[in-house]
Design a protein around this ligand. Structure first.
Ligand code: ATP
Ligand code: NCN
Length: 212
């Protein structure tokens, strides 16, 4: 295992330490750059799912996105740390150290390395809309509970997305969200709550037009 890679501190290349029995959220993202909308999802997840920890997983690159505008991993990690002040939030980039490309592999590795820990995958409603395009998406749903967080423009994904339709029977009421991490998959919920219309695309465009 590398001790430093791409200028990323060694501590971010390892999975964070967890104890058996904990409930831990896995929040993967490009975070290019991170913003208050991400922080809001993380805070809402900690509270509504009663998580002990949340792993803010900075991906080396979303396999479905063009990487030409992707900032260096070290930069996205540094900005993510500034965005996430709650001590239960652990910013990590262990996927890069393991050369992982797909979330299905991330989850397989996380589960294999942390028996007895209750993980739940976290994502925004726009990700649910496109989830059926992810590599081995059905396997992901059968491997780990999933919490989806509302996002302006994607609210109806909890009804219309392919994942929502195929796994309709596995959806639990959001009032039961505190139980989610400890349920056997497939199990998922859609969490309504405070919403943010911020996006990384919008922030990148603001910076670009300020520079031009
Ligand atoms: N404002 C938001 N509300 C709810 N979820 C969000 C919001 N912004 C991002 N997310 C979720 O956070 C995760 C990481 O998102 P990502 O880093 O791609 O940010 P983004 O703003 O969607 O970026 P981009 O505009 O470049 O696509 C994804 O699961 C995404 O759905
Ligand atoms: O595994 C896949 O096929 C896959 C496809 C699209 C996105 N993902 C993951 O979804 C998370 C959110 O990505 P993003 O770019 O929307 O922030 C991040 O962890 C990506 O690695 C994963």
């Amino acid at each position: 295992m590398a001790t430093e890679l791409f200028g990323v501190p060694a501590s971010c290349l390892r999975m964070p330490h967890v104890e058996k029995g904990m409930a831990v959220g896995l929040f993967g993202g490009s975070f290019n750059p991170p913003h208050a909308g991400h922080a809001l999802v993380a805070e809402t997840a900690l509270r509504r799912l009663r998580l002990d920890q949340l792993w803010w997983i900075v991906t080396p690159g979303n396999p479905l996105k063009d990487r030409s505008a992707l900032a260096p991993l070290s930069e996205r990690i540094a900005l993510s740390r500034e965005c996430s002040k709650d001590p239960r939030i652990k910013v990590t980039a262990f996927e890069a150290a393991h050369k992982i490309r797909y979330t299905a592999d991330t989850i397989e590795l996380v589960l294999a390395c942390n028996r007895g820990v209750n993980f739940v995958w976290l994502m925004g409603a726009d990700s649910l809309r496109d989830f059926h395009r992810w590599e081995r998406w059905r396997k992901i749903v059968r491997s780990v509970p999933i919490a989806v967080f509302d996002r302006p423009g994607a609210t109806l994904s909890f009804l219309s997305s392919k994942m929502a339709k195929v796994f309709d029977q596995a959806r639990i009421d959001e009032d039961d969200a505190p139980l989610l991490a400890r349920l056997s998959p497939p199990a998922w919920t859609f969490v309504h709550g405070p919403r943010s219309s911020l996006s990384s695309t919008q922030l990148r465009e603001t910076v670009r037009s300020a520079v031009l």
